[in-house]
Design a protein around this ligand. Structure first.
Ligand code: SF4
Ligand code: MG
Length: 330
């Protein structure tokens, strides 16, 4: 499978009174055509900032891309002019957020809102836009689309509203869909329906999905690959099986231990301790202060990347034979 997106050494910081928060500290990953990559981690780990940076939605200032690149179809999105990025946003790469209510305008019919996106990006007649909107509502499983186009957001349930937001995100047939906690605001049964919808859409449309979540139950249901983020870095990445059945990083293991069973919905129970202060992140492993296996080398040098198989990467000194050598050189 070809890579549709390549993120290399992405570094994003935010300036504030206390100094500079290093929110994303050298993130690398690629996204393949038609796959779902889940980025998982606790709140504040940098997963949302990463996705907003792909969309170039980081408010600047205070945000700043310090380094790195985001390649999409040969273009580096971090260097694109606002005007060019506007053409890509919504058309090639779309994003949906946690709370469908904030994404919808209460004073406009959902028909107008769904059609708005396509009118911005494509020369299209009103009749064509309307039939496209009907097609999208059918795709996301809203019955009676012709009638419902004329209704307002408050006339829909929360789950239905999230379906509408997904319809809005898909109307231009984007190649990449970024979903940031798309089911967190919904109750469990509706969550499962929305996740089923993601799977269906992916099969029908061959769209690539980046799913940002703190919920491993969600990851287990839809992800092909998983990137585990901690304190602004990806600490482990692999296929779903690698992550769920042979996790290597103590942080990944901690996350998994907090979920009773993989096939059940599971909210993460936080691991003891708190993530490091990202005003002045530690030099060594960011997880050292919470890690039961932390060694001297962990506190001093950030762990090198190890390849466990072609897809499975981890940054941890625990099983890494290079740890001793590195300790001798410092
Ligand atoms: Fe724990 Fe050391 Fe691995 Fe970090 S590098 S997770 S501190 S064992
Ligand atoms: Mg977030």
């Amino acid at each position: 499978m070809t890579n549709i997106l390549e993120v290399t050494n992405l570094q994003v910081s935010f300036s504030s009174y206390g100094g500079e928060v290093q929110a994303v500290r050298g993130v690398n990953f690629s996204l393949k055509k038609g796959e779902t990559l889940a980025i998982v981690g606790e709140s504040g780990c940098g997963k949302s900032v990463t996705s907003q940076t792909i969309m170039q939605l980081i408010p600047s200032p205070p945000g700043r891309i310090k380094d790195g690149s985001i390649l999409y179809k040969g273009m580096d999105l971090t260097r694109l002019k606002d005007e060019d990025m506007r053409k890509i946003r919504g058309a090639d790469i779309s994003m949906i957020f946690q709370d469908p209510m904030t994404a919808l305008n209460p004073t406009l019919t959902i028909g107008d809102q769904i059609m708005e996106g396509i009118k911005q990006h494509k020369r299209i007649s009103k009749v064509e836009a309307r039939s496209k909107a009907i097609e999208m509502l059918q795709l996301v499983g809203i019955p009676n689309p012709e009638m419902r186009l004329k209704q307002y957001p408050h006339q829909f349930s929360g789950g239905m509203r999230q379906r509408i937001v997904i319809a809005m995100a898909l109307i231009c047939e984007p190649e990449i869909l970024i979903a940031d906690e798309p089911t967190t605001a919904l109750d469990v049964t509706i969550q499962a329906q929305i996740l089923d919808l993601f799977r269906e859409i992916q099969q029908q449309r061959d769209v690539s999905i980046i799913l940002i979540t703190h919920d491993l139950g969600v990851v287990a249901q839809v992800a092909d690959r998983v990137a585990v983020m901690y304190a602004g870095k990806i600490v482990e990445m692999g296929n779903r099986r690698d992550i769920f059945y042979s996790p290597q990083h103590p942080y990944t293991k901690g996350l998994l231990n907090s979920v009773p069973r993989l096939d059940q919905e599971g909210e993460l129970v936080p691991i003891d301790g708190t993530p490091p202060d990202l005003f002045s992140p530690p030099e060594g492993c960011s997880f050292a202060a919470r890690c039961p296996y932390a060694m001297e080398v962990c506190k001093r040098v950030y762990p090198l990347e190890s390849n466990l198989n072609a897809h499975h990467l981890v940054n941890c000194w625990l099983q890494d034979e290079r740890a001793k050598r590195v300790l001798h050189t410092i």
